[in-house]
Design a protein around this ligand. Sequence first.
Ligand code: F6P
Length: 531
Amino acid sequence: MWNKLRAHYETVKTRRFETMLDAARAEDFAATAGDMRFDYSKTNIDADGRAVLIDLLDQTDVAAKRDAMFTGAKINETEGRAVLHTALRNLDGGPVHVDGQDVMPEVLETLARMEGFAADVRSGAFAGQGGAITDVVNIGIGGSDLGPAMGALALRPYHDGPRCHFVSNVDPADIADVLRSCDPATTLVIVASKTFTTIETMTNAKTAKAWMSETVADPAAQFAALSTAADKTSDFGIPASRVFGFEDWVGGRYSMWGPIGLSLMIAIGSEAFRAFLRGGQAMDTHFRNAPWADNMPAMLALVGIWHNQICGHATRAVLPYDNNLSRLPAYLQQLEMESNGKGVTMDGEDLSVNSGPVVWGEPGTNGQHAFYQLIHQGTRVIPCEFLVAARGHEDDLHHQHQLLVANCLAQSEALMKGRDLEEARAKVADKFEGAELDRQAKHRVFPGNRPSTTLAYPQLDPFTLGQIIALYEHRVFVEGVILGVNSYDQWGVELGKELATALQPIVEGADASDKDGSTAGLVSFLRKNGL
Ligand SMILES: O=P(O)(O)OC[C@H]1O[C@](O)(CO)[C@@H](O)[C@@H]1O
């Protein structure tokens, strides 16, 4: 199935796509979902290429697999689990069955419990031992941190609840900084861990409990837990009334829609949180119904497959011109790389093409003054994904927002157009002449013909954030199906965890001589320096 695409690539790879880009192409090579527009016209995908890409969806049965996911089939085959984060935002979509049982009543009941608790925290009906809650500390890592942390930042203009802090790293610097800024008597600690065994989270949770017990009589009274492991939360001393459970069919990096989103709900209130869920649900409906050529997640995925597996561009830059989306690249690193960073297919065969790309990025315009040099003139092509809102939330500073938008559009235009030697010579002709003019001009040439896409939306409100996150989730799903990998396990994180456990006694002083020379040498160096 890859050969046809590879052959097509040979026919377009040197063509300058700017020459194809008239208004008709701009309209045709864009997908709309609700009030969002995804423009992929600044790429070298032409109509024939798109048709071959869309064939991939049919050849790999994406539609049937999508429907299987939404209806509770156990598509996470290596863990024997359904994949149903979509049920968490299925506010009025009817029953969803797992093993013959409708999961929606429990989902909605948990949502209602979360809403009750969040409202109590926000109103002061649930208080700390020193008064109303002023600070919420979410302790979690990976999906139990990145979702709510990214979301709380993204929706900062809607934040009207207590302050929220996110502690994830086992590095004591992380928790020490946060606890220093909080009063234990008015702090709520939320321990967010699907498994309730993750060493970083459990270590930080114990540190927070010890910190709180220095000041308050009953520290457990100011703890809540978000987990699938009710027995372990109770062993930790958190009463069932403040445990918000979920099922194993919610993957960690897909979990911000349910209990793992509690800190976000406390920050923005349940009405705004529901708007976020509704945005996700709207994208689900679009993904299930829109024809492929207009289907935003499908087209985003196909552009990704084209750039990585066919054109060979190994990385993908996510560049939000929306400062509140600063943590989106980090969130997407887990979502995409933990999901599709696999080398073996569902059938146990070696993958015959590259796995998912390296995802990275920073908000614009900051990145422009850092790494865009390489994006424009480096030898590797980096497909860029821009995100931009029509308006921000600072109405009195709208002129600054306009400048931000101008920069975003300028970057995708510059990547496409570039600047040839003649234009570069004209730029410096008044300063240099002869051979020196040529030499100086060459440094000012931009190759151009570098691909980018732009996701544009009216404003980053809770509904839009829901659309964006669900869009990327479904993109990962589609890319995973095409590659034939299981996007919902993460065995690749296990080995490091095992070795860290084995190394713990050694860093605490046990003999390191059976370790490899490098590891033993590093332990010895660190010990000599205070380990
Ligand atoms: O929520 P938990 O169980 O603490 O896991 C945290 C994270 O750790 C991982 O399992 C990877 O180590 C992620 O998939 C997950 O989001």
